[in-house]
Design a protein around this ligand. Structure first.
Ligand code: AMP
Length: 572
């Protein structure tokens, strides 16, 4: 069992706990792959993976995992070795993730659409012994290049057509030839079909769940090389148990989880894949998010759980032909990664008839730390109450050793079995991120007297205008209330008088129009004069991260470039 240190902070959430869950439940510390092994034994004939119309049972998936584990051992992968998965959502991800863990390896999650330099940076930092990718033009040439540049011993190649139903595979070969990469012969290259061509009898490896790493999860820094959170086996399995405890109405072995978000992001890895497999669910995978494909998958494959990010719910809500799709199979959605505007939540619940609960977490917390209950009080604007075994403390921003009283703002800090071991090969950053054993999230928030957490903003996004703190998120929430607005991002831009001032970038809904003057008038009773944006920019697209979170980084960089350009012009 893990022992979660219980500090002397108030735990007002205990009185708010839903009847079906227990904050104090035992959270077993076990190898991250153990739950999947149990599901294989318990539900061998149930469908485990669904990919573009083709399915694999738990038995078939388990057989592939064991063969892949033996194949990895035969190719020299041993305890502690990193294996980088540069894969879209496909059966290969699920199989190799578990095979790597079985042999004691560490999965390095890599976004397959990264640019060459980003990929090189992560490979240089994590030094994987093997890199895994697909035979697709969008990935293979970059992977080969990085393998050569960084002397990675082996490149494991997975075939796209091998996992498609035969009819789709034939069509893919005829019509999507350009999508497939021209694969070169190479000694260091291994084909997945060769990797699993064995009897699956591998040598078992002893895992110490609290010590041994399961995953290196890179987390975006705004500058320089991102840092990797070291997630242990115990971290990853604990979070799947914690998330699973939240689903009151889940029927073990009968649920279907829609994995529209990519597994290389920790949210989908834990909430869609690990939790799903732990509870014997079918995992419906989409190789990338495409609105119509996603809607068709919901209508025809009838998922019951749908973890997603707010931009996906917005895209669905504002799709003009949404009435043509039956979304009624979905029972629960967990939204995370970014603020979920109330309007977006309510509209999606109206369209589908499901419950959408907002949760909160970070790569460093495997990721889920708080969630609104699926049954019970769901507070507007709150990211919910701490998950089982998790303690949330609000600490003074200026003096982090001080705990803030309920209702007052401070830095959100987290303790629990899902909190990472530290940053990979970065003791300085690890030390900075911890305060008295609690993980400092860098998010500002407060807790109300019922134990619900409200996020105010990220520390680094706060705009300081004439000494006054403006939280971009509050400004965004107010703008979202306008019915013509589809998406909005607010950042601080340089201001001669106030130091910084808020600027809003807005995407309007299709066929809507809105002037700056109309919006200013609309915001008059919602935001103070200081908080109202000084400038607006209407755009057809807003920058997003690769999992679809609205991103401020690019807009800040654009504004800085413009400001620098102006300074240079003035100086010339
Ligand atoms: P990442 O580690 O890349 O997943 O990003 C974690 C960050 O996403 C957190 O520090 C928060 O700032 C933000 N975040 C996650 N969930 C939410 C949420 N429900 N509302 C607002 N921000 C969120």
């Amino acid at each position: 069992m893990t022992t979660t240190r219980t500090p002397s902070v108030q735990k007002p959430w205990l009185d708010s706990y839903p009847a079906f869950a227990d904050w104090d439940m035992p959270i077993v510390s076990e190898p991250a792959h153990a739950a999947f092994d149990r599901s294989v034994a318990a539900y061998p004939d149930r469908i485990c993976m669904e990919f573009l119309g083709r399915t694999w049972t738990y038995r078939e998936t388990g057989t592939m995992v064991r063969a892949a584990a033996k194949g990895l051992q035969e190719r020299g992968i041993k305890k502690g070795d990193r294996v980088a998965l540069m894969l879209p959502n496909t059966p290969y991800y699920i199989v190799l993730f578990h095979a790597v863990l079985l042999v004691g390896g560490v999965v390095v999650n890599i976004n397959p659409l990264y640019a060459q330099r980003e990929l090189d940076d992560l490979v240089k930092d994590s030094r994987p012994h093997m890199l895994v990718t697909m035979d697709l033009e969008a990935m293979y040439p970059k992977a080969r290049e990085t393998v050569e540049r960084n002397s990675v011993e082996k490149l494991l190649l997975c075939s796209m057509t091998d996992v498609l139903p035969w009819r789709k595979a034939v069509l893919f070969n005829i019509f999507r030839r350009k999508t497939l990469a021209r694969v070169e012969e190479d000694d260091g290259q291994v084909l997945f079909e060769d990797l699993i061509d064995n009897d699956g009898v591998f040598s078992s490896v002893n895992i110490e769940p609290d010590k041994d790493l399961a995953v290196l999860q890179y987390t975006g820094g705004t500058t320089g090389i991102p840092k990797a959170a070291m997630l242990t086996h115990a971290n990853v399995s604990a979070n799947a148990i914690q998330v699973g405890a939240w689903y009151d109405n889940s029927k073990i072995g009968e649920e279907k989880f829609l994995a529209a978000l990519p597994f290389f992001h920790v949210f989908a890895m834990t909430v869609a894949m690990m939790t799903g497999l732990r509870y014997g669910a079918q995992i419906i995978m989409l190789p990338r998010f495409d609105l119509k494909t996603c809607l068709r998958a919901i209508a025809h494959k009838k998922p019951t759980f749908f973890p997603a990010v707010p931009t996906i719910f917005t895209a669905i809500n504002t799709f003009p032909k949404i009435k043509e799709y039956d979304l009624s199979s979905i029972k629960v959605c967990i939204s995370g990664g970014a603020p979920l505007p109330m309007e977006v939540k309510k509209e999606f619940e109206r369209i589908s008839g499901c419950v959408v609960v907002e949760g909160y977490g970070l790569s460093e917390t495997s990721p889920v730390a708080t969630t609104n209950p699926t049954v019970g009080v769901n507070k507007a604007g709150s990211v919910g109450i701490p998950m089982p075994g998790t303690t949330v403390e609000i600490r003074s921003v200026e003096e982090p050793e001080k705990l803030m009283p309920l209702g007052e703002r401070g830095e959100v800090c987290i303790r629990g079995p899902q909190v990472m071991k530290g940053y990979w090969e970065n003791p300085d950053e690890t030390a900075k991120a911890m305060e008295d054993g609690a993980f400092r999230t860098g998010d500002v928030g407060y807790m109300d007297e019922d134990g619900y957490v409200f996020l105010v903003d990220r520390l680094k996004d706060i705009i300081i205008a004439g000494g006054y703190k403006i939280y971009p998120r509050m400004v965004e929430e107010a703008i979202y209330e306008h019915p013509s607005v589809a998406e909005v991002t607010v950042i601080g831009v340089e201001d001669k008088y106030r130091g910084q001032a808020p600027k809003a970038f807005i995407r309007l809904k299709e066929d809507e129009s809105l002037s700056e003057a109309e919006l200013t008038a609309f915001l008059k009773d919602k935001l103070s004069a200081i908080e109202r944006p000084d400038s607006y920019e209407f755009r057809d697209e807003l920058p997003k991260t690769l999992i679809g979170k609205l991103s401020k980084k690019e807009l800040k960089a654009e504004e800085e470039d413009q400001e620098n350009g102006q300074t240079e012009e003035n100086a010339a």
